[in-house]
Design a protein around this ligand. Structure first.
Ligand code: TGC
Ligand code: FAD
Length: 390
């Protein structure tokens, strides 16, 4: 039987399903990640530091707010956005996280729900990486249930007074503007909180063992006066923040494929080089089954995300479909990273090899943007018509 004719990281040749433009986006970002990102992520992870100069580089490549037409954004389709996430996360989940938050959680709601003045003020600056955003939804008492938020805002003349706090916020301490979701008498509203507004403070969360190359923090609001011009006029319900999550979760379904591919690549090379009992360990049946299983999971994830992207580009995407792929692809990537770590034996615990860094990062990725259980229950609700959240 012949061997070795397919791309081990793309067994079903998903690449051939992409348009020329999509392939160009993918290859450009892949080269950038190989040349400029992968060489520095190990150290950034070890030093618990986000390499901030990457912001200018990804902005220069046009990778911020790519789904937006106009306002200095690239106006790419959803599959291209997915491919960008995939290639960035092949480098490290931290960089994909930065791009997800800036593009899907900050620029998206300003574009979808903001006034023309808000769009003109923030979108071009954010596309150029000159203004950084963060997204404040989660609170310390229970992120899975954002409808129970305590952060609230009350009208005071034309202004609003904001009180409360947000926890586990990507980019918290480096953001120029936070899109913060708060309860009001009119439902959940979105507020653009600027970094120098009196009463607004941020604090970095130290000592993380996951996403160490990403900035994560808390936001505190103590009688912060927000002018009416900083309130998103276009939405006043939980649907506002949840619709942003749909965009970001979609990108994550692609992103984690990149992390999984990096782990399979490392496991393949290592097991072919590693001589045990007089032969490469990759030649044993047990090892080939493990590698084949990784390939099966990656292929399934690729096909799910590509199909999802095509549905999204037709404007027919349903949140439940995103939940299924977020659940499947994160679980697949995390299991692959854990198994790749084991395939490398003792070497697998060293940051010299990529699996343990991806594995630790993916522990966050499977939790944020809706935990695995949340997504399972969303799918369960679709199938049964019964809401198991309570
Ligand atoms: P529920 O009553 O079901 O829904 C309220 C309204 O929202 C609509 N909706 C959605 N719309 C768009 N996209 C979605 N995914 C939506 N899910 C629900 C829904 O139709 C309804 O609309 P309407 O018109 O009837 O008012 O609300 P619920 O509170 O019962 O929510 C259900 C649940 C559990 C699914 C939701 O609360 C949830 O998704 N929880 C998880 C929260 C979460 O994922 N948080 C993530 C925070 S951000 C983050 O983690 C960033 S990490 C980024 C990085 O660094 O990469
Ligand atoms: P909880 O909601 O307390 O969940 C605890 C456990 O209960 C989980 O296992 C969960 O699956 C389970 N559970 C929940 N509901 C049910 C149920 N009905 N039945 C059974 N089990 C259930 N948030 C933001 O707003 N912005 C950000 O930028 C952001 N960035 C993040 C970055 C990192 C690195 C991390 C780790 C988190 C980030 N988050 C952010 C927060 C993230 O979205 C939340 O951690 C996540 O939604 C889960 O909330 P929680 O941590 O409060 O866990």
């Amino acid at each position: 039987m012949s061997t070795q004719q397919l791309d081990p990281l793309d067994l079903y040749d998903v690449r051939s399903e992409l348009s020329e433009d999509e392939i160009m986006v993918k290859d450009t970002v892949a080269r950038y990640v190989d040349d400029k990102v992968i060489p520095l992520m190990r150290e950034a992870f070890e030093q618990h530091r986000f390499p901030r100069h990457l912001i200018g580089e990804v902005a220069e490549l046009g990778l911020l707010g790519t789904s937006i037409d106009g306002y200095d954004c690239a106006g790419l389709n959803s599959v291209s956005y997915g491919l960008i996430c995939q290639e960035l996360e092949r480098g490290d989940s931290a960089l994909r996280s930065f791009v997800s938050v800036q593009s899907s959680l900050v620029m998206f709601p300003i574009h979808a729900y903001g006034s023309e003045e808000q769009k003109q003020r923030w979108l071009p600056a954010m596309a150029r990486g000159e203004a950084i955003g963060c997204f404040g939804l989660t609170e310390a008492h229970g992120g899975s249930d954002p409808g129970n938020m305590k952060t609230h805002a009350k009208r005071d003349g034309d202004d609003w007074i904001l009180n409360g706090s947000k926890m586990w916020i990507t980019n918290a301490t480096i953001a120029d503007a936070a899109v913060v979701w708060a309860m009001t008498d009119e439902g959940v509203r979105g507020f653009i909180v600027e970094k120098d507004m009196p009463g607004y403070e941020t604090q970095e969360i130290e000592n993380k063992f996951s996403l160490r190359a990403s900035v994560t923090g808390a936001l505190f609001f103590n009688d912060v006066r927000i002018p009416a011009a900083n309130v998103l006029p276009g939405v006043s319900s939980l649907k506002g923040p949840l619709s942003c999550l749909t965009q970001a979760r979609y990108g994550i379904t692609w992103g984690v494929i990149g992390a999984a591919q990096a782990c399979l690549d490392e496991a393949l090379k290592y097991s072919q080089d590693r001589i045990l009992f007089n032969r490469p360990v990759a030649h044993t049946q047990a090892m080939q089954i493990r590698l084949a299983d990784m390939s099966r999971r990656i292929t399934t994830a690729q096909l799910l995300s590509l199909r999802l992207g095509r549905i999204k580009d037709k404007g027919a995407l349903k949140p439940t479909q995103v939940s299924l792929a977020k659940w499947n692809n994160c679980r697949a990537a995390l299991d692959i990273a854990r198994d790749a770590r084991d395939i490398l034996g003792g070497a697998g615990i060293s940051a010299e090899y990529v699996p343990i860094r991806h594995m630790l990062n993916l522990e966050s990725v499977i939790t944020y943007e809706g935990t695995e259980t949340v997504h399972q229950l969303v799918v369960g609700m679709e199938l049964t018509g019964t809401n198991a959240f309570g």
